[in-house]
Write a protein that binds this ligand. Structure first.
Ligand SMILES: [Zn+2]
Length: 81
């Protein structure tokens, strides 16, 4: 999860097709949900949910609707100055 709190949050990302810089940026990450089962019974309050690695970051151009994957960044944080 990488919500950016810096300001002014200027993005270096551009559409590779039309050069537009109005984009939808999507970061997809792994999530693991676990529970404990003791003697065959689901234990109360053992539900756990953890976010893991970034799988990929994708962009969609709001101008021409082209979609692509950003390949040289580890997370969407890498798109912002
Ligand atoms: Zn475009």
């Amino acid at each position: 999860m990488s919500i950016i709190h810096k300001h002014p949050q200027k993005s270096r990302a551009k559409c590779p097709k039309c050069g537009g810089n109005s984009l939808l940026i999507m970061e997809t990450i792994t999530a693991t949900t676990s529970v404990q089962v003791i003697n065959g019974v689901l234990s109360k309050n053992t539900y756990n949910n953890e976010y893991g690695n970034v799988l990929y970051v994708e962009g969609e151009c709001l101008q021409c609707r082209h979609t692509w994957r950003f390949r040289k960044i580890g997370s969407m944080n890498g798109l912002f100055e």
